[in-house]
Design a protein around this ligand. Structure first.
Ligand SMILES: Cc1cc2nc3c(=O)[nH]c(=O)nc-3n(C[C@H](O)[C@H](O)[C@H](O)COP(=O)(O)OP(=O)(O)OC[C@H]3O[C@@H](n4cnc5c(N)ncnc54)[C@H](O)[C@@H]3O)c2cc1C
Length: 424
């Protein structure tokens, strides 16, 4: 019997994947908390298997913004195709070109080819979220501006109360509410048990395209901090600023945007690059600030009773951890395993965990050094990073580098979960 096997090399599957029979989930009412990437992706699959799905989002509307996210390797490609969003993701891709590392006076130090940062295809997180929402909105109930207050489970289901809406009962609850998951806190315990801080923070926001960049980016580093300004072809008048800095754990309020802006303004006030002050000027009026620790989530198990964690809530990695690709792959597997188990959550959740756990850990591992790589702590380390860029960006080593970055993302042989109406 062939089954899903992790490959040792991360390259092509060693066996052709098994077609797995599935059964209808029409008897299931599922609540998904979080409408970014993981939540709507799971909703798409569960709705295809016939489940009634409600996606709950704390924000008043679908959230825009965020950096570009990329997909790389066979596994990501296969899932995008099976979801039916391959063409649309390509239509809305960033078309990012070269990224140039610059000196303080903006002269070029080293230029990196597009594939280095952008994978096989790159799209803004907000655009991806929109695609997933558009593909599901007619079959899935979306509730914005609310959050789960309590979850009470018995042998037949879960009673859910909300901050605003009337109480409801569901068969299953999925926490797809990100790195700082509220569902995880309610069911698995405090975040401090699961969040591993990696000593860096990352921020992103939009500004006018002062530099006249055309699908290119410029990056400047000083010890422990980096500014990157980029433009994509979506809007020639806008640019995105990325800030990465090394820091002890900050005792800040995650919901206080003004405080976050002050932290960033202070940290980058005397940055030597000639374009930094103008970029930071835009911070004041930015209405799309993303600010978070570079951190990872490590939980002991992904489900408890009728509640299961998906995406960043279960195995988030912030930057460099291929979190968006992992979220899509995991949503495909979770829905497929539930359908293969005919909706039996014990069997379905256990199979999901067995399939995805090591894969997600491997992807997280690629992000272990994201902070020190993007904002090296000393001048000497900045120089050696740039030497590495020069070598890895050369044509000769391009293929090798591509393979390396795809390794973790491809280290899973996907099962082929048959659609309910086309069983093997
Ligand atoms: C606005 C935004 C910008 C981002 N920008 C970046 C970036 O620049 N770089 C990067 O590395 N990663 C970024 N991320 C994270 C990235 O999207 C994820 O790593 C990845 O796509 C996996 O997605 P996810 O759906 O598991 O989690 P997330 O994308 O984090 O989504 C979680 C969702 O849950 C919602 N939510 C939170 N609490 C509750 C609650 N109590 N009830 C209901 N819903 C809740 C959030 O509003 C969000 O929509 C960003 C996420 C968001 C939401």
């Amino acid at each position: 019997m062939t089954h899903t096997t992790r490959t040792n090399t991360g390259s092509a599957p060693t066996k052709s994947p098994r077609r797995v029979a599935t059964r209808s989930l029409a008897h299931l009412d599922v609540l998904i908390s979080g409408a970014s990437v993981a939540g709507p992706a799971l909703a798409l699959w569960l709705a295809r298997y016939g489940a009634r799905v409600t996606v709950l989002e704390k924000a008043p509307a679908l959230r825009e913004g965020g950096f570009a996210v990329d997909f790389r390797g066979d596994v990501h490609r296969t899932v995008l195709r099976r979801m039916g969003i391959w063409d649309e993701v390509h239509r809305r891709q960033t078309h990012m070109g070269r990224q140039t590392v610059v000196e303080a006076d903006d002269t070029e130090r080293v230029a990196l080819p597009a594939f280095f940062m952008s994978g096989d295809v790159e799209i803004f997180r907000g655009d991806l979220s929109k695609i997933l929402y558009e593909r599901t909105a007619d079959r899935v109930e979306y509730v914005f501006g609310d959050s789960v207050a309590t979850l009470t489970e018995d042998s037949e289901g879960v009673d859910v109360t909300f901050d605003r809406g009337a109480p409801r009962r569901f068969d299953l609850v999925v926490g797809a509410d990100g790195l700082h998951s509220h569902t995880r806190r309610l069911v698995f315990g405090d975040e401090s048990r699961y969040l591993r801080f990696l000593g860096y923070y990352v921020a992103g926001f939009g500004i006018p395209n002062h530099l006249g960049l055309d699908r290119t980016a410029r990056l400047y580093s000083e010890p422990g901090r980096t500014v990157v300004i980029s433009n994509y072809d979506g809007d020639p008048d806008r640019a995105g600023v990325g800030l990465i800095f090394r820091s002890d754990r900050l005792d800040h309020d995650r919901h206080d945007i003004a405080q976050q802006k002050k932290i960033l303004a202070d940290r980058f006030a005397d940055m030597g690059w000639k374009h930094a002050p103008k970029a930071l000027e835009g911070l004041e009026s930015a209405d799309d600030l993303y600010f978070d620790a570079i951190a990872q989530i490590h939980v002991d198990r992904l489900s408890k009773g009728r509640v299961v964690l998906l995406g960043d809530a279960g195995y988030g990695a912030t930057m460099g951890g291929i979190g968006t690709g992992t979220a899509l792959v995991s949503a495909y597997v979770l829905a497929g395993e539930l359908a293969a188990a005919g909706g039996d959550h014990r069997a379905g959740f256990a199979a999901y965990e067995a399939e995805i756990r090591d894969y997600a850990k491997g992807c997280q591992k690629t992000a272990d050094n994201a902070g020190p790589f993007l904002a090296p702590p000393t001048e000497k380390k900045i120089r050696s990073r740039d030497r590495a860029y020069r070598v890895l960006g050369s044509r000769l080593l391009a293929g090798l580098f591509k393979k390396l970055t795809e390794k973790a993302a491809s280290d899973l042989v996907l099962k082929d979960y048959a659609p309910v109406d086309r069983q093997p």
